[in-house]
Write a protein that binds this ligand. Structure first.
Ligand SMILES: [Fe+2]
Length: 314
C-alpha cells in the first residue's frame, strides 16, 4: 500500500518514517518552493531567449539544444542563489537542519517525442536511486518548473517497493561514474553509453502511479522507490529540479527504506553537506557505507560556491 499525503501537518521525523515505508508526500506551491523554481525558470528563459524553452525543441537542431542546456545545468546547480533558496526551502518544510545532509539540486529536461533522449536529457529507465550508490535512507525532492502532464511525468512502480528486481547495480561504482559519466554527458547527443544500473529482466510496470502537481509544487519520496521517466508525449519539453537529502540518524544506523536488491559500490555521501553549516558527512559515517573510501577525494567532493557559505559555516 502506498499513501500519498497532501500538504501534511506531520513533522520531519514522522514524515521520514512514513517515507521509509514507501509513502509519498506532495506539497502545493508555497513561497519557498516557488522561489527555487522561479529562479530556475529565469535562468532557463535567459538561456533560451528569445525562444519559449518548452517549445524550443520545435525550432532548434538538437545539437543547438544541447549547446544551450549543457552550460545551463551547471550554472543553476552551482549558483550561490540556488544554494540559499534550497536551504530556505528545507527550513520551511521543517527539515531538521543540524541533522539533514543535502546535495546540490539538479536541473533536468525531458524533451518531447524522442527529440533528445541521451546525455543532458537522459530518459531514465526503471531504477531505484539507491542502485546509484546512494544510502537507503535517501529522500528525493522533485519540483516542476513549468506545468506538466501525466504524459510528461515520471512513474512509480509501487509493486517493487518490497519485491527485489534483478539488476546490474553490481557493475556500478559511483567514483567511476563521477570520473567518466558526468564529464561526457554533455557530449552524448544521440546515444548514451554511460553504464547505468538497470533491471536485468522483464518487469510488471503496471500499476503505475504518476503524480502531477503545479509548477512550484513538490513531490517527496524515498530513493528506494522503483521509478522511471515517462516518455514525454506532451508536445513540450519538461524542466524539473530535484535534489536529495539524508538524515544523520538514519545514516548512522544504516537505516531507511528496505535495501533488497542494491549491489553497487562506492558512496554518494562525499557529495552531501549539512544543511545547518555545510559540514561534510563525518568520516565514520561514510565508512559505514564504504569501508575503504578512496584517498584521493578530488572530484568526489561537492564544493559550495564560496560567496554562499553562511557566516556560521566552518
Ligand atoms: Fe531517479
Amino acid at each position: 500500500m502506498t499513501t500519498i499525503y497532501f500538504d501534511t501537518h506531520l513533522g520531519d521525523e514522522e514524515r521520514r518514517r512514513r517515507l521509509y515505508t514507501g509513502d509519498i508526500f506532495v506539497f502545493s506551491p508555497r513561497p519557498s518552493t516557488q522561489a527555487l523554481t522561479e529562479f530556475a525558470r529565469e535562468l532557463i528563459e535567459e538561456a533560451f531567449r528569445p525562444l519559449d524553452p518548452q517549445r524550443a525543441q520545435d525550432s532548434l537542431p538538437v545539437e543547438k539544444f544541447v549547446e544551450i542546456v549543457g552550460p545551463l545545468k551547471p550554472r543553476f546547480i552551482h549558483h550561490p542563489r540556488t544554494l540559499d533558496l534550497l536551504l530556505a526551502l528545507l527550513r520551511d518544510l521543517g527539515a531538521e537542519m543540524e541533522k539533514t545532509y543535502f546535495d546540490v539540486p539538479r536541473l533536468r529536461v525531458a524533451t518531447s517525442g524522442g527529440y533528445l533522449t541521451a546525455g543532458v536529457a537522459y530518459v531514465l529507465h526503471p531504477h531505484r536511486d539507491i542502485w546509484y550508490s546512494s544510502p537507503p535512507c535517501q529522500l528525493n525532492w522533485w519540483l516542476p518548473v513549468y506545468p506538466f502532464e501525466s504524459e510528461s511525468s515520471f512513474a512509480f512502480h509501487t509493486r517493487y517497493w518490497k519485491e527485489p528486481v534483478p539488476n546490474s547495480s553490481h557493475e556500478y561504482n559511483h567514483y567511476e561514474w563521477n570520473k567518466v559519466g558526468r564529464a561526457s554527458a554533455a557530449k552524448q547527443v544521440k546515444a548514451d553509453i554511460r553504464k547505468q544500473p538497470k533491471p536485468l529482466g522483464p518487469l510488471e510496470l503496471e500499476p503505475e502511479l504518476r503524480v502531477v502537481c503545479p509548477p512550484g509544487g513538490l513531490i517527496l519520496f524515498s530513493g528506494a522507490h522503483l521509478h522511471s521517466t515517462v516518455p514525454n508525449e506532451s508536445g513540450r519539453s519538461r524542466f524539473s529540479i530535484d535534489f536529495r537529502t539524508a538524515h544523520l540518524d538514519a545514516l548512522a544506523s544504516v537505516g531507511g527504506a528496505p535495501n533488497i536488491d542494491r549491489h553497487c559500490t562506492g558512496t554518494t555521501l562525499f557529495e552531501l553537506r549539512r544543511a545547518s553549516d555545510l559540514a561534510p558527512v563525518p568520516e565514520e559515517i561514510i565508512r559505514l557505507y564504504d569501508p575503504n573510501p578512496p584517498a584521493d577525494r578530488e572530484g568526489l567532493v561537492y564544493k559550495p560556491p564560496a560567496e554562499a557559505v553562511p557566516a556560521s559555516g566552518t
